[in-house]
Design a protein around this ligand. Structure first.
Ligand SMILES: [Zn+2]
Length: 377
């Protein structure tokens, strides 16, 4: 089965590479462009590939789940599910978040196997729940992880990094494959730049220079992943910051993306104009505890920051946020959108959230703490 997948993966990688430049010029059917007439193509485009019929693309349903983490601490955990194949990107925010994450994944992962696990970088808020606590089993202990892809570089001396890597290596000893994102990019030692997740759906490891160069900030080592489903593209950049994003733009032919996981939790130092201009997102999901003073007392810079809002505004007002600090105490949290689930069979993309489906600008917190950008008035 793996061999068959491997051959198909190479085929899809080729098709993906060939079609990327065409994709940039083609409109994508999205939630915001639901009218199928928007999918009409420029008749001057006479290429014969399948992308000439974007409204006809039907693949297996892809769902992308941005999880609440059961804590006021900001962190990332994204579950991507296609049929019986699951991809888990990060497992934050703290070790005990495993008590929230593991049962959620178990609801969707009936066979107990996570085909792909990605740890974007070595910060606690992205890897702690892989480890768990003495009382709560972490992700590694709870699931069979088949292929683990993680950061090529880290300067972290933290205990959580050591614990993560020890358990990761135990998974490898038990039969998991482990590659760095750089090995994937280079198609080295069995690692692949593109993995076929289902017919017409691929996971592509992108290149950015901090896979090989030293960065001043651990966030810049983040693994970057593009999921492509026909004409729909979904981008995940971990906590990559401005310089890394510039490299990402320079080194890859990025398509327009239906979905972008907000860089670095909606920080003012990520989701740069250069990246947004390239990917022109329709939906942006922010994994954070909105309004928390965990990283700053400056309200404008609290996640999701005012600068982030201002930069995204020209492209979309469909911003969703997982968690909100509790009104009565900054020590507690409540759901903002809650678990955010973005799904599609390749055409229209829908968003459904566990708490409510309000966009960020419609929330009381936004109205009390953010300035409405001109584009949204
Ligand atoms: Zn983070």
């Amino acid at each position: 089965m793996r061999k068959i997948k491997g051959v198909l993966g190479v085929f899809v990688a080729l098709i993906w590479t060939i079609s990327l430049s065409a994709c940039i010029h083609l409109p994508t059917i999205t939630e915001s462009q639901g009218d199928s007439s928007n999918g009409a193509l420029d008749s001057s485009n006479d290429s014969s590939d399948l992308s000439n019929q974007p409204s006809d693309i039907v693949t297996e349903e892809l769902s992308i789940h941005f999880l609440e983490l059961g804590t006021k601490s900001t962190g990332d955990c994204t579950l991507i599910k296609i049929g019986d194949t699951e991809v888990l990107i990060d497992a934050g925010a703290i070790k005990s978040s495993a008590g929230t994450i593991v049962p959620y994944i178990q609801e969707y992962c009936a066979d107990g196997i996570l085909e792909y696990v990605i740890a974007t970088h070595a910060h606690e808020d992205h890897i702690a729940a892989f480890v768990g606590t003495s009382k709560i089993d972490g992700v590694f202990e709870s699931f069979v992880c088949e292929t683990i892809i993680d950061y090529p570089q880290s300067e972290s001396t933290s205990k959580i990094r050591q614990e993560y890597e020890t358990l990761r290596d135990a998974e490898v000893a038990a039969g998991a494959k482990h590659y760095t994102a750089l090995q994937c990019w280079n198609n080295e030692n069995g690692a692949k730049r593109s993995y076929l997740l289902a017919d017409g759906i691929s996971m592509n490891i992108l290149y950015q220079k901090f896979y090989e160069e030293d960065a001043s900030n651990e966030n810049e080592y983040s693994v970057c992943v593009l999921i492509s489903q026909g004409e729909n593209h979904y981008l995940f950049t971990g906590d990559l910051e401005t310089e890394g994003e510039e490299s990402l733009v320079a080194e890859n032919e990025l398509p327009k993306c239906v979905l972008f996981k907000a860089g670095h939790h909606g920080s003012n130092t990520s989701s740069s104009s250069a990246l947004l201009a390239e990917i022109q997102p329709d939906i942006v999901c922010v994994c954070c505890c909105c309004g928390s003073d965990e990283y700053t007392d400056d309200v404008a810079n609290m996640f999701p920051s005012q600068d982030f809002v201002n930069r995204v505004a020209p492209y979309t007002d469909k911003i969703y946020v997982t968690t909100l600090v509790a009104a009565e105490s900054t020590k507690k949290y409540q759901s903002m959108n809650g678990n955010i689930v973005v799904s599609s069979t390749g055409g229209e993309v829908s968003v459904a959230c566990s708490n409510n489906d309000l966009t960020f600008k419609e929330t009381a917190w936004f109205q009390a703490n953010r300035v409405m950008p001109e584009e949204w008035k």
